[in-house]
Design a protein around this ligand. Structure first.
Ligand code: ADP
Ligand code: MG
Length: 258
């Protein structure tokens, strides 16, 4: 299994939208896919149609109570895609984990040796606290959604410092599989300029596929569906399919699904 953390400490940059839709695209391609919702807001769980009452298990149990992974996994309505949902008690985890000895390694221990899926995506909360540190410590690699806006690069340098810290202390092999530009608006010159600057600065790390600002992507979660199911042909869905194709191209051969 390859584990990909979707992280950026900024809120509202498209982490959850990317997690839901890229996971759906991977499942549609035949990869057995797991989505781990590590944001106490639970937007990935809601966006996949799991209301509060439908969450039988949670990432809180996995991280804080040490429940086995298999007991925290639930199926979704998407064939080939399972989820570890997030519940509100996860908001206490940052504090509860502080006193725990292996506090940054909880998720990595829970995932280690898991054979039931080909790929796992971790939807991170908008902070660089213990939940995100758990995700970065457990992940093979990181996918960073970057919103095309003026301060995009500023936030990124802080994230990259955290990645270096995690590499030196907890997870030396942590990679960055790519940076995905989100909410791109071709009519807005500033967005265009930011996208060019990011590419100048980070080169091939930036995926060629760009996710456009597309209202269908923001409507889909209120129907409890990935955009890829809600409207598979809208520009946003097509962009995520293209991003998934690029992602597969970057996954090392020995980690590819059979
Ligand atoms: P994050 O998880 O980083 O906080 P979200 O994925 O939840 O970000 O996105 C924030 C908001 O923007 C949500 O309401 C979402 O539906 C919307 N959104 C995300 N990506 C797009 C996009 N490409 N076009 C239009 N709306 C988007
Ligand atoms: Mg989110």
């Amino acid at each position: 299994m390859i584990t990909i953390a979707i992280a950026n400490q900024k809120g509202g940059v498209g982490k959850t939208t990317t997690a839901i839709n890229i996971a759906t695209a991977m499942a549609a391609t035949g990869w057995k896919t797991l989505l781990i919702d590590l944001d106490p807001q639970g937007n990935a769980s809601t966006g996949l149609g799991l209301g509060n009452d439908d969450r039988e298990s949670s990432s809180y149990e996995l991280l804080v109570e040490g429940a086995p992974l298999v007991s925290c996994i639930q199926p979704t309505s998407i064939p080939g895609m399972d989820i570890v949902p997030a519940t509100q008690d996860l908001s206490g985890a940052e504090v509860e984990l502080v006193a725990v000895e292996d506090r940054t390694a909880r998720l990595s221990k829970a995932l280690s040796g898991h054979m039931g899926h080909d790929i796992a995506f971790i939807d991170c909360p908008p902070s660089l606290g213990l939940l995100t540190l758990n995700a970065l410590s457990a992940a093979d690699t990181l996918l960073v959604p970057l919103q095309c806006e003026f301060f995009a690069l500023e936030g990124l340098s802080q994230l990259l410092q955290t990645v270096e810290r995690v590499q030196s202390r907890f997870n030396p092999d942590l990679g960055i599989i790519g940076i995905a530009l989100t909410m791109f608006d071709r009519r807005n010159r500033l967005t265009d300029q930011v996208a060019d600057d990011v590419r100048d600065c980070l080169g091939n790390l930036v995926f060629e596929s760009v996710i456009p600002r597309n209202v269908r992507l923001s409507e889909a979660p209120s129907h409890g569906l990935p955009a890829l199911v809600y409207d598979h042909n809208c520009p946003g869905s097509r962009a995520y399919i293209s991003l998934a194709r690029e992602l597969i191209g970057r996954i090392p051969g020995e980690r590819k699904a059979a």
